[in-house]
Design a binder for this molecule. Structure first.
Ligand SMILES: [Zn+2]
Length: 503
């Protein structure tokens, strides 16, 4: 979690971004060598402490005392790894040990001290030990070794003065740097920044990852609303699952018998599977961050100082059957929440967790209890209020924030006139989400029995079309991520009516 500095200096937050490395074959070998050496340092500390335990000595866990042991071994003991790199592994070990000790003292019996060797251990380099120049980075190596320059896949996303460290790490066969920077919290001109008394409620959902409503927060005292559609995210999950199943079916014959070595094609299949899993995860993470960014930007534009977010811990513990459980897992609500909290904090907006029980079944106009609607339309029989279900939830959540003046049980939360609603889509960059590219995985989704296959390849949705056929309505900019959409992309809930209104 981001930390704030304990002084009167302007508040800062720590942010980490991944930057890929474009390494040549030789550079790859050297970089993986550094990670392996990191693993050697880690293993050496584990071994040292095992010997000490056998002799009845106290384990060496302090960073300083471990560094003294390293200095005694001398630089170059661990391949090309420099002293600063090796020290970062000692720091990671010391931190892991201390945090386990703290948790055990607090009575957590499940906390474990580090004891497992790892082949590759990430290595961190602090500012001053590495150089970034012209799209390349120079990582420190042991004295006497040739300098190690590697090309970056993109420029560092932070100004030079803010970068505090880079961490060399890998996921599968991809190498990348995790760049950590100290980013100042946005300073807004006086009178134009977020106002703590302006509250918006945020309802986290599967159909809409974020639905936000600021009662009376829009122009002319109208309610302001934001709906972020998660349709592309759900499609990505569905297509990825279909692809994984089809691939497994196709490769099942090649699976090695227990105890047998896999064939080369089997190994290629496994490698490709891991690559596809990684791509799937990266796409989703990117889409979630963009969606959270859309909420933060909208909140800044409305000068909202407090985002009240419904606490969903009750929903997650419930067992709702195989399909729904997978949908809830895929939703990754913890990631959505973290992304929103991080971006809000950087914009100077406070996030407050409130109890969300009953917020989607209470009328925001008259506080009557209404059965949870099956579709997206909320309708109150008592006061004839009609509105978008997720925005109703957001309105009631907003009313529960401590800065809210309204009643916490709902009722007279919203003005009743239609809100100023902004629509955004999460994951517009995903293949098949825009109108310019068609996802080739579409062909893998099986069609429900009995539905005829249309003959026109343009309107035919589920058959395999290869190469992809552009769908009609392709216009410039339609592939842009999170571009505004004019029409709600769900089954139309309002039939021309505004989103939150009283007839
Ligand atoms: Zn009502």
């Amino acid at each position: 979690m981001p930390r704030r500095r304990e002084s009167s200096a302007p508040p800062v937050v720590y942010r980490t971004a991944r930057v890929g490395l474009r390494a040549t074959g030789g550079q790859r070998r050297r970089l993986f060598g550094l990670l392996r050496s990191g693993g050697d340092v880690w293993a050496a500390v584990l071994l040292l402490n095992r010997w000490r335990r056998q002799r009845g000595d106290r384990p060496l866990v302090g960073y300083q005392e471990l560094c003294r042991e390293l200095a005694a071994a001398g630089e170059g003991t661990f391949g090309e790894l420099s002293t600063v790199g090796a020290r970062s592994v000692l720091r990671a070990y010391s931190d892991a040990w201390m945090s386990a000790a703290r948790r055990r003292r607090a009575g957590d019996e499940t906390a474990r001290f580090p004891r497992r060797r790892r082949g590759l251990v990430p290595v961190r380099f602090y500012a001053g030990t590495f150089t970034v120049d012209g799209g390349r980075v120079r990582l420190p190596v042991a004295r006497g070794r040739p300098p190690l320059w590697v090309r970056l896949a993109r420029p560092l996303p932070y100004p030079d003065g803010q970068v505090r460290s880079v961490r060399l790490t890998c996921a599968g066969r991809r190498l990348f740097l995790e760049v950590t920077a100290e980013v100042p919290v946005t300073v807004h001109p006086a009178g134009a920044g977020p106002d703590p008394d302006r509250v918006a409620g945020v309802d986290l959902g599967i159909i809409h990852p974020y639905a936000a409503l600021a009662p009376r927060g829009g122009e002319g005292g109208r309610d302001a609303a934001l709906l972020v559609s998660g349709r592309a995210l759900r499609a990505e999950h569905r297509l990825h699952l279909a692809e994984a199943k089809a691939r497994t079916r196709a490769a099942a014959r090649r699976a090695p018998a227990p105890g047998r070595r896999g064939s080369r094609r089997w190994k290629q299949f496994r490698r490709r599977t891991r690559a596809l899993e990684g791509r799937h995860r990266r796409r989703l993470a990117q889409a979630r961050h963009e969606a959270a960014k859309a909420v933060a930007s909208w909140a800044v534009a409305q000068r909202i100082g407090t985002l009240a977010v419904g606490d969903l811990r009750g929903v997650l513990a419930r067992d709702a059957g195989r399909r729904q459980n997978k949908a809830v897992r895929d939703w990754a609500v913890g990631d959505l929440l973290r992304a929103l909290a991080d971006k809000a904090e950087q914009s100077g907006i406070v996030v407050e967790m409130v109890d969300e029980r009953g917020t989607s079944s209470t009328c925001p106009a008259c506080a009557a209890r209404v059965a949870k609607p099956r579709g997206r339309v909320f309708h109150c029989r008592r006061c004839r209020f009609t509105g978008h279900r997720d925005l109703v939830g957001a309105a009631n959540i907003a009313a529960r924030a401590s800065a809210s003046a309204g009643a916490a049980d709902g009722g007279s939360v919203v003005t009743g006139s239609p809100p100023v609603t902004t629509h955004r889509r999460a994951g517009r960059h995903l293949p098949g989400a825009g109108r310019s590219r068609r996802d080739p995985r579409r062909g893998l989704i099986s069609r429900p029995p009995g539905r005829p296959i249309p003959t026109d390849p343009v309107v035919r949705g589920g058959g395999s079309i290869w190469p992809a056929v552009a769908r009609p309505g392709t216009g410039p900019g339609s592939g842009e991520s999170l571009a505004g959409t004019r029409r709600e992309d769900q089954a139309p809930p309002h039939r021309g009516e505004p989103c939150l209104t009283r007839p």
